[in-house]
Design a protein around this ligand. Structure first.
Ligand code: UGA
Length: 459
């Protein structure tokens, strides 16, 4: 089928590439002309595992094209809107980019178009889109509007797109439902050439859930808010563990063994970040408020998350006492591993707090340093984890990249002023580190002190 994707961010680019991978003819548009030129010249504007290979493959066989929004609208029978919906100052989602696309569709499209919202939008946006398309339509075109929320995680978005647990669509006409079913059929049947695995035929077929538009829109916000709630919950449990001398990893393990709770999203740390959870929780609170529902539960989720940065800085202060003049290594800047995305990354807030107290930061991230430099230009960016740790009074692990688990601890200990690791993600093994002579401080009562230091630390 001929499909269009408007917007080449993480979601749009993954959607366009994967739809082409499963056999569709896709046209993807991008309004940022620099980014568009990069894409047309085969240069990736962002880092996302497997995406570059998929794009290269589908472009080679002519199934993916890049160009203007106008050309995309003319191209596709179905148009996926994947433009950004950033937060406004009051927490509402800013829908101006979606509105602008709808206006262009209404002016340019001829015949029938299925317009699909894939960007995360407040409930009832579909109804607004429908109204808007008919108000601005000038040439008698017919539209269906459907919601098809994405559940892609940055860092594994290609895998999530091709092997999802569920595909949710919200449509109010049988024609729209049928078209979406046809678009996703190769994924529902798990019948496509998989660029990631060799054993795909054995993989589970996803559930195709068709609902009305409002319900589909709510499913997205409710899912992200629920996951955010789980994280804030375990972060509070972590605080409690620190206060009473328990170990949050054991508590989370014990909780997660109950299938009604499950082990996922029970890793405590420096808080959730990225461009989805913080803004989606805010937007969901606002949606509820405007609908006369008091969702103060989610306000607490937000507050708990906001306090994570200060809590972590306090942990560092407890260890280093005075921060002024201290050399601190920061490992990890991205809001999570396997991405170069630093939007709402807790690591950046922690660095700003430490800098405000006079600490000197030496930072390293495998992928996110270029983007971090735009946010915080005035810190020392290093080539690797060892360089960052040189002469440091502490290493703070703020993003759990796999390479930090494979560090040569003996070598590291020799480089540092003081062998102290503060692990903001509980990603390392306290036992391993103490065996190499490190004092280890994790989240939620997880810690370790080498034998020879115990008496010194305890005075
Ligand atoms: C999230 C959802 O997981 C996706 O399903 C959704 O499609 C996406 O938002 C979106 O709305 O577009 P993402 O933001 O890429 O995906 O990242 P997650 O893996 O969900 O992590 C979010 C944040 O929570 C990260 O900062 C991560 O470090 C933190 N986190 C996650 C924890 O602190 N603890 C956990 O146990 C899990």
């Amino acid at each position: 089928m001929k499909l269009s994707v408007i917007g080449a961010g993480y979601v749009g680019l993954t959607t366009a590439a994967c739809l082409a991978q499963i056999g569709h003819d896709v046209f993807c548009s991008e309004s940022d002309l620099d980014k568009l030129a990069k894409l047309q010249n085969g240069v990736m504007p962002l880092f996302e595992p497997h995406l570059e290979d998929v794009i290269e493959g589908v472009r080679k066989v002519g199934r993916l094209h890049f160009g203007s929004t106008e050309d995309a609208i003319v191209w596709g029978d179905a148009i996926f809107i994947c433009v950004g919906t950033p937060p406004l100052a009051n927490g509402d989602a800013d829908l101006h980019a979606i509105e602008a696309v709808a206006r262009t569709i209404a002016k340019r499209a001829t015949g029938y178009r299925l317009v699909i919202e894939k960007s995360t939008v407040p409930v009832q946006t579909g109804a607004q889109l429908r109204k808007h398309l008919s108000v601005h339509g000038t040439n008698g075109s017919k539209y269906d509007v459907a919601s098809n929320p994405e559940f892609l995680r940055e860092g594994s978005s290609v895998e999530d797109f091709l092997h999802p647990d569920r595909i949710v669509i919200g449509a109010d006409s049988p024609r729209a439902t049928d078209l979406l079913r046809e678009i996703y059929e190769p994924i529902v049947q798990q019948r496509f050439d998989c660029p990631i695995h060799s054993d795909c035929p054995k993989r589970k077929k996803p559930i195709f859930l068709a609902t009305d538009t409002n319900s589909a829109e709510l499913i997205k916000h409710a899912s992200n808010s629920f996951l955010a709630m789980k994280i804030s919950f375990i972060n509070m449990v972590a605080n409690l563990c620190e206060a009473v001398g328990a170990d949050v990893t054991k508590v989370a393990q014990g909780m997660g063994l109950d299938p009604r709770i499950g082990p996922a999203f029970l890793n405590p740390g420096i808080g959730f970040g990225g461009f989805c959870f913080p803004k989606d929780v805010q937007a969901f609170i606002r949606i509820a408020e405007k609908s006369g529902c008091d969702f103060s539960l989610l306000r607490e989720v937000e507050k708990i998350n906001q306090r994570r940065v200060e809590h972590f800085v306090e942990q560092v202060r407890n260890e280093l006492w005075v921060l002024r003049g201290k050399k601190i290594a920061v490992w990890g800047l991205a809001f999570k591993p396997n991405t170069d995305d630093v939007r709402f990354a807790p690591a950046l807030s922690i660095i700003r707090s430490l800098q405000a107290e006079g600490a000197r930061i030496q930072a390293y991230d495998p992928e996110a340093m270029e983007k971090a430099k735009n946010e915080i230009p005035d810190l020392t960016y290093c080539q690797n984890a060892y360089e960052a740790a040189k002469g440091a009074d502490a290493v703070l692990l703020l993003t759990e990249w796999e390479e930090f688990r494979a560090i040569d601890w003996k070598r590291l200990g020799g480089l540092m002023e003081r062998s102290l690791i503060v692990d903001g993600r509980n990603a390392l093994s306290p036992d391993d580190l103490t065996s190499y002579g490190f004092h280890y401080v994790g989240i939620g009562g997880v810690s370790g002190t080498p034998q020879e230091l115990t008496s010194l630390v305890n005075g």
